[in-house]
Design a protein around this ligand. Structure first.
Ligand code: PBG
Length: 337
């Protein structure tokens, strides 16, 4: 949609007129934010009745499967549409080839089944496809002797991982690995196995970002990772290339796409939405969450207002929704009005 600038001049036009009262501001507001626009990422850990706070993500914990089910219930009650699951795999289950990702009884699959058994379709379950929570080296794929992440060999494992999650009941498969060609392969495998209504939300434009630090603590890969992910995640300098990534993933069968991180890449999210018009999501990542929490802890701002303003910005940019660790908090703030 294009808007032409006002053609009349001051004082015939006073843009402050419509801002002068609350009712009028409410009336002309162009975008809205609701709990249905939020996706809440949750970290799963082994055990029973376990809560492990994550130091670099103040206010966020890992929960054992029973706790995850409780969080999912809270989310559904708050009107959140979907949760996203990430496992903190036990160190002894991590390996060079990340084979635990294919285990039908791994932590993820147990969490998916437990949530679906309790909540059914009251909430969507999105699952991350990538090998980093399962590999001993912390990379998202299989590596050669030099540590280079192999594309086609990795895609084969990712297909197995996606099928494993779909069989456990995942609603949305979200590949975050940035291998070329994985959306097409995963889509074909889902179709072949009768998972016709399992969605794919592609992390289409995922950048090699410095904002992922706390997440890597949360899934236990930060101590393992040597080097970086620049040979597969995107260069933060590039925008046009993001559109090529998205175009390919759409052609391969993605139902929706994601841009990640969030606020520093709002221009990318807006361009994606304007260019392709499909449901576009943004992931306001762990480092972004931590920045807001640090600001609030330093007494430098109103946490609630900053959270809601940030999330609204994604909606204005054209995003259908936002993955955010603030999701439950924000949904409750929105309910209060
Ligand atoms: C890994 C993955 C990452 C995130 C989501 N999936 C980290 C990475 O690529 O190293 C980051 C999320 C966050 O920082 O909140 N495949």
């Amino acid at each position: 949609m294009t808007h032409s600038p006002p053609t009349t001049a001051y004082p015939a036009t006073r843009l402050r007129r419509t801002r002068s009262t609350r009712w009028s501001r409410d009336m002309v507001r162009e975008t809205s934010l609701s709990p249905a626009n939020l996706i809440w990422p949750l970290f799963v850990t082994e055990g029973e009745g376990v809560e492990e706070p994550i130091a670099s993500l103040p206010g966020v914990s890992r929960w054992s499967v029973d706790g995850i089910v409780e969080r999912a219930k809270e989310a559904a009650e708050a009107g959140i549409a979907c949760i996203a699951l990430f496992p903190n795999t036990q160190p002894e289950r991590r390996s060079q080839d990340g084979a635990e990702a294919l285990n039908p009884d791994n932590l993820m699959c147990r969490a998916i089944r437990a949530i679906k058994a309790e909540l059914g379709d009251r909430i969507g379950v999105l699952t991350d496809v990538a090998l980093d929570p399962y590999t001993a080296h912390g990379q998202d794929g299989l590596v050669d002797e030099e540590g280079y992440v192999l594309n086609d060999a990795t895609v084969k494992v990712l297909v197995g991982q996606a099928l494993n999650q779909a069989a456990a009941g995942a609603d949305i498969i979200a590949p975050s690995d940035m291998m070329d060609g994985r959306i097409g392969e995963i889509r074909a495998a889902l179709e072949a196995h009768g998972h016709h209504n399992v969605q794919i939300m592609s992390y289409a434009a995922k950048y090699a970002s410095a904002f992922y630090g706390p997440f890597r603590d949360a899934v236990g890969s930060s101590g393992l990772l040597k080097g970086d992910k620049k040979s597969y995640q995107m260069d933060p300098a590039n925008g046009d290339e993001a559109l090529r990534e998205v175009a390919m993933d759409i052609a391969e069968g993605a139902d929706s796409v994601m841009v990640k991180p969030g606020l520093p890449y709002l221009d990318i999210a807006a361009r994606v939405k304007q260019t392709f018009g499909l449901p576009t999501y943004a992931y306001m990542v762990s480092g972004e969450y931590a920045m807001i929490e640090a600001m609030a802890a330093a007494g430098a701002g109103d946490r609630d207002a900053v959270v809601l303003e940030s999330l609204l910005a994604f909606r204005r940019a054209g995003c259908s929704g936002i993955l955010t660790y603030h999701a439950l908090h924000a949904a409750r703030l929105l309910a209060k009005g």
